[in-house]
Design a protein around this ligand. Structure first.
Ligand code: ATP
Ligand code: MG
Length: 574
């Protein structure tokens, strides 16, 4: 019996070696070519090293290959090269394996596009290229339109799974960074890790989606040639061997450096203990390669060498908004009210861009003052999209369903329903607005219990028109009350418990722009009021909201001021 089996095996092997493939090659020839193509860019790859012998199906299948007996020949029917750390172009030789029904290339670093040779794969039912940050996802002409093609970001593996497939969900609620870690545990109800089964149908609109990072549409992601792959040596040179530490976050340490051509950079090095894995790294690479906006911190380069994962960004010389509000920098120089508003306008514009990105709708999920960076002109830019804190380690297939964010900024509705929408970013942005008004951290357990959460603490004061009691002492008496009120109204709307009552980022930008116009034109505004005899002469006179809250006098006065300011700024009246 054993001999008989061996005989069949030998005959089969010989038959396959001789069997002609469409382009006149044999399976052995194709396998050899495939191996050579991959070895060129992946010389030390463990999977490639394990491919012994000439025939990928005999005597036993090579790692990543599945074979089947067809017409007396053992032929390759499936390829699974997922998570093998492969780089370079996808081998064209794959297109000569004519019996292939499934190809899984997910979670690698393939570059270029899907080879045209794939159009010869007439049996192909499934192709996955998910989580290949530099791959252009366009299918070559000729591939069956009925084929199941999966592509997308690194945190969206199960987004394209067949409908109806039950999904295990793990909810990991992120905690506050650094010093606020203690309060993460104190606020037990916020920070629970549990698993549960997802039963809700998936939504496909941009405003509300179960895809946590971005929703794939038909537009392909193009790689960005401005993002360079850097060697570890050049990173060492740039940072003087990681000499100047500028910050620490969930990903790892951040160092200052200078590239060879003189550009100042911030270099983020993934720490071995980081809970953010390769998935987040790839996701950041992919998203940052695809999007560009002046209010987003762009990626300049990356390095994946010797187990190091490093991201390189332009250095934002004025640090983060958080640093400027209650970090060391705030002690040196207080950020004035107009600058606070203008920084937030910048960040809000960046978020509008993300929320409307080419039909994809990217949701940041970690909007907070430490992720709003300030360049040399004090222009606010959003950083760290594509990242999420406390991501599971590599290999966890449930990543896309996790509730993520930072405590104090996390949308309570998203937390309780697990339905993610752009309005979750809006909630977090509202918390940032409260930070710029109050100069307080979103969660601070050093304070009395009723003041732990800035949202809960500030709301009654806003409701009772007692804003002077919550305004940052550093800017007291140095702001125009009307501009302050407008920002607080936006902040209150953003932090509504129900997401439907929250404004869109576009509305927020408009409101903040108006506030800034009012703030910048406050002197003129007050002069106009003086000339009409409505108000006193102090620019920073506190306007009593109670007096005017519903009265026509205030509305008319404010509308008049705003219209004049808008016209000054080249815009039309409201
Ligand atoms: N491009 C940059 N330019 C200047 N400083 C930066 C830059 N990126 C980060 N930093 C500094 O490094 C600090 C840490 O940043 P990092 O993004 O790693 O952590 P975080 O934002 O505090 O937390 P998280 O990991 O949750 O995003 C920031 O607060 C900021 O001070
Ligand atoms: Mg950050």
């Amino acid at each position: 019996m054993v001999l008989a089996c061996l005989g069949v095996l030998l005959i089969t092997s010989a038959a396959v070696a001789a069997a002609a493939f469409p382009d006149g090659l044999t399976q052995v020839d194709v396998a050899k070519q495939l191996k050579e193509e991959l070895l060129g860019r992946n010389p030390g790859n463990e999977m490639l090293k394990s491919w012994n012998g000439e025939d990928p199906c005999s005597p036993s299948a090579w790692e990543g290959f599945s074979c089947q007996l067809k017409d007396g020949n053992r032929v390759v029917v499936k390829l699974n090269f997922s998570s093998k750390g492969l780089q370079g172009p996808i081998p064209t030789a794959i297109g000569s394996l004519a019996e292939l029904t499934e190809i899984d290339l997910k979670d690698n670093n393939f570059t270029g596009s899907i080879p045209h040779s794939f159009s010869a794969l007439t049996q192909l039912l499934k192709l996955s290229v998910i989580c290949n940050p530099f791959l252009i996802n366009k299918l070559p002409d000729g591939l069956s339109t009925g084929m199941n093609f999966s592509y997308g970001g690194c945190a969206a593996e199960d987004y394209h799974s067949p409908p109806g497939a039950a999904k295990e969900r793990t909810f990991v609620i992120s905690s506050v960074a650094g010093g606020s870690l203690a309060c993460t545990f104190a606020l037990g109800s916020f920070f629970i890790c549990f698993s549960k089964r997802e039963k809700r149908p998936q939504k496909t609109d941009c405003a509300s989606t179960t895809n946590p990072v971005y929703e794939e549409c038909s537009i392909e992601i193009t790689t960005n040639p401005a993002v360079q792959q850097l060697s570890l040596k050049s990173i060492h040179n740039a940072t003087g061997h990681f000499k100047t530490l500028i910050g620490e976050g969930g990903f790892g340490s951040v160092y200052q450096g200078t590239l060879a051509h003189g550009q100042q950079v911030a270099v983020k090095v993934r720490s071995p203990s980081s809970t953010q894995g390769t998935r987040e790294f790839n996701n950041e690479l992919r998203l940052l390669s695809a999007v560009w906006h002046e209010n987003l911190v762009p990626l300049i380069g990356y390095c994946c060498e010797k187990d190091q994962q490093i991201l390189v960004y332009p250095f934002m010389s004025n640090g983060s908004l958080q640093d400027r509000l209650y970090g060391e920098a705030s002690k040196r120089k207080v950020l004035d009210w107009a600058t606070r508003i203008s920084v937030c306008i910048g960040a809000a514009r960046g978020l509008v861009y993300l929320h409307n990105f080419a039909g994809r709708c990217i949701i940041h999920r970690d909007v907070k003052s430490s992720n709003i960076l300030l360049d040399h002109n004090m222009c606010g830019k959003v950083a760290d999209f594509g990242f999420s804190k406390y991501a599971p380690q590599e290999g966890d297939s449930n990543a896309s369903m996790e509730v993520r964010g930072t405590a104090g900024y996390l949308d309570p509705e998203y937390y309780s329903t697990q339905v993610l929408s752009t309005k979750s970013d809006v909630f977090s942005f509202g918390v940032v607005l409260l930070e710029i008004v109050t100069g307080r951290e979103p969660l601070d357990v050093q304070r009395p219990r009723s003041e732990w959460s800035v949202v809960e603490w500030a709301k009654p004061y806003i409701r009772d028109f007692r804003i002077e009691e919550i305004v940052d002492p550093g800017i007291k008496g140095q702001y125009c009350s009307e501009a302050m009120w407008r920002v607080l109204e936006v902040a209150s709307a953003c932090t509504e418990s129900f997401s439907t009552f929250r404004p869109s980022m576009e509305d927020i930008v408009r409101e903040l722009e108006d506030s800034l116009i009012i703030e910048n034109n406050a002197s003129e505004y007050m002069r106009s009021m003086e000339s009409t005899g409505t108000f006193g002469s102090n620019r920073y006179l506190s306007i009593d909201r109670k007096m005017f809250g519903s009265g026509s006098a205030r509305i008319d006065a404010a509308k008049f001021a705003l219209d004049s300011a808008r016209i000054d700024a080249g815009k039309g009246p409201l």
